[in-house]
Design a protein around this ligand. Structure first.
Ligand SMILES: Nc1ncnc2c1ncn2[C@@H]1O[C@H](COP(=O)(O)OP(=O)(O)OP(=O)(O)O)[C@@H](O)[C@H]1O
Ligand SMILES: [Mg+2]
Length: 426
């Protein structure tokens, strides 16, 4: 569908109805034909500039096929973006009525955005643009009420921001750097960005092989954000829509309209950078569409595949401001801290013998070793977890990982050393 055909059709309707009135042909917002806007904005609604909206008429149109999206709003499924042809009526402050002829359509199957044009009588652009603005505001997911965590693309169970900062075991200086980055941005940085006339939006990427604690770190940072009365928006790729650009856009809109400092978390960020979406993401990360929330917003993204993230994203500061590598266990001190944590009350000094075997493993490995040993001890009615059980658990898990790795490498080399994330979880 070419936009010229939309214009041609709108002009023919105009000609039929108002042959003596001049009209301007303008690009219009696809939000005017959104069903949410149409159901929420009632006839009689006052617009900026003292005009009033007076309802709409659905127009017969043989060049487009109306079609609607549906989505969740306030836990209910409703019709949302819709292509269609309408006459919108308005009444000005003197009581004169006038119409705008509007048509929206999808250009092709791969483009998700609506293209819309409108024929607006001369001198009526102010009213029309006030109406468009109202439609867009109504359609946008807005954060009006204070709620803790907003999940885009899933249910609350997908993300649990209850992890304590102290339970994340990583090198101290790395934890401190990340924490300083977040706090200095929200406390002092927002003002500095504004002084420089920049939108206060900072973007961090946590990169690392599976199981090193990236999700845990996000959850701990989210918990701290909530404790500081900041909002958390979490984008989940776990529902049937997967990783779609639409979700990122919705998240950005929600963040922009939030009246609070906001932490936006997007896990497995690489999954959103596919095909055409990659270019669109580049644009929204540093373009005019990037969220301009006066209280400050921070994007916290995670990935297993930093190499899948576009060079243009990684190499140009401003698109992603900082990349923090979240490493596997670095040394025996860290291994010991992790093991003690997961052994809990079953910890015994003799267990420290296995710490050299834990270096270079992800935290998830230690958790599984400890869990398996503790379960086996309980199963054998042993009150204590012996060093032998722990060593056996390390051997079992290492063998199992090796077997899985060999199996996966036979099928498809991954080059990451931990197998494919979706194939192996700890
Ligand atoms: N640094 C860590 N400190 C404490 N526990 C950890 C750490 N890393 C991993 N774990 C344990 O392993 C589990 C899995 O880790 P997590 O899901 O955070 O890894 P991830 O880096 O997000 O992995 P993926 O890349 O596969 O998403 C955690 O829930 C936690 O129990
Ligand atoms: Mg994760």
């Amino acid at each position: 569908m070419q936009y010229e055909r939309l214009v041609e059709w709108a002009k023919s309707v105009w000609q039929e109805r108002y042959p003596d009135v001049e009209a301007l042909t303008v690009w219009a917002s696809g939000d005017c034909s959104n069903k949410i806007a149409q159901s929420k904005i009632k006839a009689g609604r006052r617009l900026r500039g003292k005009a009033r909206y007076d309802g709409f008429e659905v127009l017969e149109c043989d060049i487009i096929t109306p079609i609607s999206d549906c989505g969740l709003r306030n836990q209910r499924v409703v019709l949302t973006a819709t292509s269609g042809a309408y006459a919108f009526r308005f009444i000005d402050h003197k009581g004169e009525t006038f119409e705008v002829i509007y048509i929206s359509s999808y250009f092709d199957d791969d483009v998700q955005d609506l293209t819309a044009v409108a024929l607006v009588p001369e001198g009526r652009l102010d009213t029309w643009s006030a109406f468009e603005g109202l439609c867009s505001k109504t359609v946008r997911p807005r954060i009006k009420r204070r709620r803790d965590v907003y999940i885009i693309g899933g249910i609350d169970a997908f993300f649990d921001p209850s992890v304590e900062w102290d339970d994340v075991i990583l090198p101290d200086d790395l934890k401190r750097k990340i924490s300083d980055d977040v706090e200095s941005f929200f406390n002092e940085g927002v003002g500095i960005y504004k002084d420089l006339k920049l939108a206060p939006f900072r973007k961090l990427l946590l990169a690392g092989v599976p199981g090193t604690g990236k999700t845990m770190l996000c959850a701990a940072l989210a918990k701290r954000a909530l404790d500081q009365k900041r909002l958390v928006v979490y984008v989940s790729g776990a529902d049937r829509d997967g990783a779609s650009f639409d979700k990122i856009q919705r998240a950005f809109q929600a963040v922009a309209s939030a009246k609070f400092p906001t932490l936006l978390i997007v896990e497995e960020f690489d999954a959103y950078l596919r095909g055409d979406d990659k270019a669109r993401i580049l644009n929204v990360l540093d373009g005019v569409e990037s969220p301009n929330n006066a209280k400050g917003s921070m994007l916290l993204a995670t990935t297993n595949y930093p190499e899948a993230i576009d060079e243009r994203l990684v190499k140009r500061p401003g698109r992603l401001d900082r990349i923090y590598i979240i490493p596997p266990i670095q040394d025996e001190t860290q291994a010991l801290a992790m093991l003690k944590h997961y052994m809990g009350e079953h910890w015994d000094e003799s267990h420290s013998v296995i710490t050299p075997d834990l270096v270079d493993q992800p935290g998830a490995f230690v958790r599984e070793v400890a869990l398996q040993a503790r379960m086996l001890a309980a199963h054998n009615h042993q009150r204590e977890v012996t060093l032998e059980l722990l060593q056996q658990s390390v051997r079992n898990l290492s063998q199992q990982m090796k077997a899985e790795r060999d199996f996966l490498l036979q099928r498809r080399p991954t080059g990451l050393g931990f197998g494919n994330k979706r194939d192996r979880r700890f």
